[in-house]
Design a protein around this ligand. Structure first.
Ligand SMILES: NC(=O)c1ccc[n+]([C@@H]2O[C@H](COP(=O)([O-])OP(=O)(O)OC[C@H]3O[C@@H](n4cnc5c(N)ncnc54)[C@H](O)[C@@H]3O)[C@@H](O)[C@H]2O)c1
Length: 675
């Protein structure tokens, strides 16, 4: 009786026509997620089934319950494969979507781009990148979210909690059209094991950052940050002048996956030579097909030989080494090969979930072992981490500059028992002896000034729109202001030439608060004047204000507040209050559950004056909230930026700045009085 009543009162729901009578075929050429292993008691299994069936009218329960049970047993999750539309899903031009407002259609473009075979890591399991970062939990949610977006008006807000569309609620045109949260857990339960159970029973989605925040733009999103990171690393630590590039320098790293796949391209744009180890041949092939690596090499010896030739002739070149990073580094160590910059981008945030491949086995063998013998797999991961550390330690003792690329590699080493990497010698709260790329490079050189991964998608799907926006953005940058502006100017000038687009017509462009605001307003005017179609603006969560993550984005916060998540939460709330179209707040992005809080936004430019108003308030806030916090943590570049902001925005905005205590005074006092 109650089910009939429910069916009748819901006007937005899955109906007979949404329930295919067969499970669509899956194309074997696309990667599939490994089994997500979690121990569920019988009552949890029952819960998982009942939870998944909440989307399905009762008459189908008998048919679908056994199918869901099989999925849970085989894959560790109920994905609802039957509900995945057959064939390719991709971000189409906005006009091809149904909807009652431009935002409703625009958000569909973004979701579908995240699920594109060309973009997504495991498209059938709704994983966009980073091993476990999902758009939503299952295909029932995907269908229902789409229906809601088709019905959404400018007087409503769609609420999505861990991929579950809670519903539409009345709001106003200057409020967000979609507010989403992913995997926000209550403190006591905020850990990996509780999350894994919650995900398996269907109540938590790990959204990474822009996977569940629906602002992923393919590997391009990371290329610019990687370009800036390695350029500045070489300037800071390899004797390259401030206006120099990587010509003749060797960068060795691992990973050609979702984000790590940017490394080859970024190295070449920075004019260096890169060797990137990758165990999964299919991922190497994807990057080769895109032209993001130049060659696949099977032996460490050949890889270093070719790299040397390219370094000597100063030819930018990206080599994919098909094999384990540990084998590659052990060869370099044994043969005293000089490496300038060394890093790692295996998915150590999910080190026991398939993110890190043990040495001595192929990628296929690791996938099998992962499903068959989890204990043995974990042992092998631990052994490999120890070997990996030993070789990094040896290489760095010879003068190689190693940095952690935000993948929790150092945290994984620490957790496996390598306590000597603790910086304060006590615990991991003070970071590690090797710097994280944000701590030493991206944080002080970019985030503290407000430079971050601003991005946009031309929703018309037209390349000509993207070229017009590139030109407009270029015109607004003064390359002579700071060296960062010069790097960014070169980036946007050459962006089209570098062939960065995969999926929708998107662009990444690191900019600071006021430049982002100016560019946003200029694009909105171009939409208003009919020069281009609507645009979705946004950014990575991995930004100045968007993420509190002590091992990464906030690793250069040294006032003790690196363990707090106020900044990211305030950023999210402030963006909601000011009316960004789509806002997200997540747990764990980039580094794993319980280790970060992060959020992002999407802002649809429809050319209206309403949008101008929102941009003028929200764009500065979105960046300067973080600069204010960084300044309060005594970060000198943020203090300088905030002083300038206070002068320029007198009467509208005001940032509280810290007085700096004299180090000697404090030290002397404490030494004298505290025994
Ligand atoms: N690029 C960035 O700017 C950035 C920023 C912050 C964090 N990260 C982190 O970097 C990691 C990688 O991200 P992703 O999206 O590319 O993940 P991904 O899982 O798509 O790619 C990781 C790749 O590493 C490969 N791999 C695993 N173990 C290996 C080994 N031992 N030797 C060689 N290859 C191995 C995997 O096959 C996979 O292709 C994540 O932890 C992410 O959070 C990247």
């Amino acid at each position: 009786m109650i089910n009939q009543e429910i069916f009748k009162t819901m006007t937005i729901k899955l109906e007979a026509k949404d329930i295919p009578d067969y499970i669509p075929k899956m194309d074997p050429q696309y990667r599939r997620a490994p089994k997500r292993v979690v121990h569920l008691e019988k009552d949890d299994i029952e819960l998982a089934l009942k939870n998944a069936l909440r989307y399905i009218p009762e008459e189908y329960h008998e048919k679908l319950a056994p199918e869901f049970l099989d999925e849970l047993m085989e894959h560790g999750r109920i994905y609802g494969y039957r509900f995945r539309p057959e064939g390719r899903i991709y971000g189409k031009p906005i006009d091809e979507y149904n909807g009652k407002c431009v935002e409703g259609k625009a958000i569909q473009v973004m979701i579908e781009n995240n699920l594109d075979f060309e973009i997504a890591l495991y498209p059938y399991e709704l994983v966009t990148y980073g091993e476990t970062g999902q758009v939503c939990q299952n295909w029932m949610q995907y269908r229902l979210i789409k229906k809601y977006l088709e019905n959404l008006t400018q007087d409503q807000t769609l609420v999505v909690a861990s991929g579950h569309p809670t519903g539409l609620f009345r709001s106003k045109p200057t409020a967000p059209r979609c507010v989403m949260t992913n995997a926000l857990m209550v403190g006591e339960f905020d850990d990996y094991n509780n999350w894994a159970r919650a995900a398996a029973i269907g109540v938590a989605n790990y959204g990474q950052m822009t996977a569940g925040g629906w602002m992923y733009i393919g590997p391009q999103g990371i290329v610019h940050g990687t370009y800036s990171t390695i350029l500045n690393a070489a300037r800071l630590f390899c004797g390259v002048p401030k206006d120099g590039d990587l010509a003749g320098k060797l960068f060795v790293t691992s990973g050609l996956g979702g984000m790590s796949g940017a490394q080859g391209k970024a190295t070449v744009i920075a004019k260096g030579v890169g060797i990137i180890a990758e165990v999964d041949r299919s991922r190497i092939q994807t990057r080769l097909d895109q032209g993001w690596v130049d060659e696949i090499i099977e032996s460490p010896e050949d890889a270093f030989k070719i790299a040397k030739e390219k370094q000597e002739s100063k030819t930018p070149y990206a080599i994919a080494f098909h094999g384990n990073i540990v084998d590659l580094l052990e060869y370099a160590d044994k043969n005293n090969v000089h490496i300038d910059l060394l890093s790692d981008q295996t998915s150590c945030h999910a080190v026991y979930d398939g993110g890190y491949c043990p040495v001595g086995m192929t990628f296929e063998e690791r996938t099998m072992l992962l499903g068959e013998d989890r204990e043995r797999f974990n042992e092998l991961v631990n052994e490999t981490l120890k070997k990996h550390y030993a070789v990094v330690k040896s290489l760095t003792s010879k003068g190689v500059y190693f940095f952690d690329y935000g993948n929790s590699f150092l945290k994984a080493l620490y957790d496996v028992g390598i306590k000597e990497i603790s910086k304060n010698g006590r615990d991991d709260k003070g970071g590690f002896i090797y710097p994280s790329y944000v701590e030493d490079i991206l944080g002080p050189e970019l985030f503290d000034y407000g430079y971050g991964p601003f991005r946009w998608v031309c929703l018309s799907g037209k390349k000509e729109d993207l070229l017009k926006t590139d030109k407009a953005a270029l015109d607004l940058v003064d390359p002579n202001r700071r060296y960062q502006d010069r790097d960014n100017y070169i980036w946007i000038h050459d962006a089209d030439k570098n062939g960065l687009v995969v999926g929708t017509q998107a662009r990444i462009f690191y900019q600071d608060a006021m430049s982002r605001t100016k560019i946003a307003l200029s694009f909105n005017k171009m939409v208003r004047d009919g020069e281009i179609g609507p645009v979705m603006l946004g950014r990575d969560h991995h930004d100045v204000s968007g993420t509190d993550s002590p091992f990464r984005e906030t690793s250069n916060i040294k006032d003790g507040s690196n363990i707090m998540a106020d900044m990211a939460t305030q950023c999210f709330a402030g963006n909601a209050a000011r009316g960004m179209s789509m806002i997200a707040l997540h747990n764990g992005g980039g580094v794993g559950i319980g280790k970060s809080i992060n959020g992002g936004f999407g802002m649809v430019l429809d050319g209206s004056h309403r949008v101008d108003e929102i941009l003028m308030q929200a764009m500065p806030w979105d960046v300067m909230g973080g600069v204010a916090r960084r300044a309060w943590a005594r970060n000198i570049h943020s203090i300088e930026t905030a002083i300038e902001y206070n002068k320029d925005n007198r009467g509208t905005d005001h940032i509280t700045l810290p007085y700096i205590a004299n180090e000697e005074l404090i030290k002397k006092l404490v030494d004298e009085k505290i025994k």
